[in-house]
Design a binder for this molecule. Structure first.
Ligand SMILES: NC(=O)c1ccc[n+]([C@@H]2O[C@H](COP(=O)([O-])OP(=O)(O)OC[C@H]3O[C@@H](n4cnc5c(N)ncnc54)[C@H](O)[C@@H]3O)[C@@H](O)[C@H]2O)c1
Length: 308
């Protein structure tokens, strides 16, 4: 099982480390445009192997895509991250050009790979990847909801004072501070609706913290976060490689689902060996539908900036 991660920066290298530590793949190739950087990150991760007890081989490449040949999954994290005060949308021009060049190079060596997009603005970059490559929508999955849902579950666990692994919850919609929709009505603690355990005010606080979860960390760290994003990507990669068919909210191209077409946005997806196996259409009430439609409009507006 071979995975390529393009961009050996914070998110890419963390993802490689999680994949190795959890022995999700037998080989990981990190690629970066910065000379020596991917090799350095790969060597550093490999020097964890004897202490952390993994046998995954992690290699690094300075923009030589021949090393990536026959990867089953390719993760795209290359691009620039957010700086404090920046929105994800402000990254669009630079990152679209990066996505174009790396995807064209990667596809030459791994024509059958499934792509997991991470570069922001996520929903627009996922659409850009589809337009650039012309690949079937099953093969291009945007990772945003997996991270936002992990943050949602974290804030729920804090508010409930209960372990995070006893909590279920999903965030759908655009991967943006104002466009994501934490589905509090569907969130549970051991099967019990959290709406029965938290006051309306507490529910509101959890949803707000989730929505600004990325921005809060960007402010604290001076750049966007990487541990939770890296782990969230690894989880998506694992579901593809092992055909787990986990339900994970991902940004995928809608073709009539949720009454929408022609945009990529976060919806519950079954993720397996073919990439997107199925889109799950859950019932949304009037308020949730209203939020989803506003999110759709916001993503469409960002997509207008796309020139590829
Ligand atoms: N989808 C999500 O949930 C999510 C979460 C966190 C970050 N992000 C996004 O992921 C991207 C990466 O974030 P990061 O914190 O790892 O940034 P980073 O700056 O640490 O890493 C990006 C890396 O990409 C490399 N790169 C740039 N152009 C390249 C090219 N043409 N080919 C190969 N490598 C190239 C850079 O040299 C750098 O090492 C950003 O766009 C960020 O906004 C998305």
């Amino acid at each position: 099982m071979k995975v390529t991660i393009i961009g050996a920066g914070n998110v890419g290298a963390t993802c490689a480390e999680v994949i190795a530590n959890r022995r999700i793949a037998s080989e990981v190739v990190l690629v970066d445009i910065a000379e020596g950087y991917a090799e350095g990150k790969a060597m550093d991760i490999m020097q964890c192997a004897s202490n952390s007890k993994f046998d995954t081989i992690v290699k690094g490449s300075s923009n030589d895509y021949s090393l990536t040949a026959n990867s089953e999954v390719i993760v795209v994290t290359s691009g620039i991250p957010r700086k404090p005060g920046m929105t994800r949308e402000e990254l669009i021009g630079t990152n679209a050009a990066v996505v174009k060049s790396v995807m064209e190079s990667a596809l030459k060596y791994s024509p059958n790979a499934i792509f997991v997009m991470v570069t922001n603005p996520l929903d627009t970059m996922t659409l850009a990847a589809l337009k650039i490559t012309g690949l079937d929508r099953k093969r291009i999955i945007g990772m945003g909801g997996a991270l936002d849902s992990a943050r949602f579950k974290y804030f729920l666990s804090q508010k409930l004072n209960k372990p995070v692994y006893d909590i279920e919850g999903m965030v759908i919609g655009g991967h943006g501070d104002t466009t994501m929709i934490p589905l509090i009505r569907y969130a549970t603690y051991k099967g019990m609706p959290v709406t029965e355990l938290l006051s309306l005010e507490e529910q509101e606080e959890v949803c707000k913290s989730t929505m600004v979860g990325g921005a809060t960390l960007t402010k604290l760290l001076g750049t966007s976060a990487w541990y939770a994003p890296g782990a969230a990507v690894a989880n998506v990669v694992e579901s593809i490689l092992y055909d787990f068919k986990r339900m994970i909210p991902c940004s995928v191209l809608l073709d009539g689902e949720y009454g929408q077409k022609g945009l990529c946005i976060g919806v519950p997806c079954i993720i397996g060996k073919n990439g997107l196996e199925e889109i799950v259409e859950i019932n949304l009430n009037d308020k949730e539908t209203e939020k989803f439609l506003a999110s759709v409009e916001a993503v469409h507006n960002t997509n207008k900036e796309l020139t590829v």
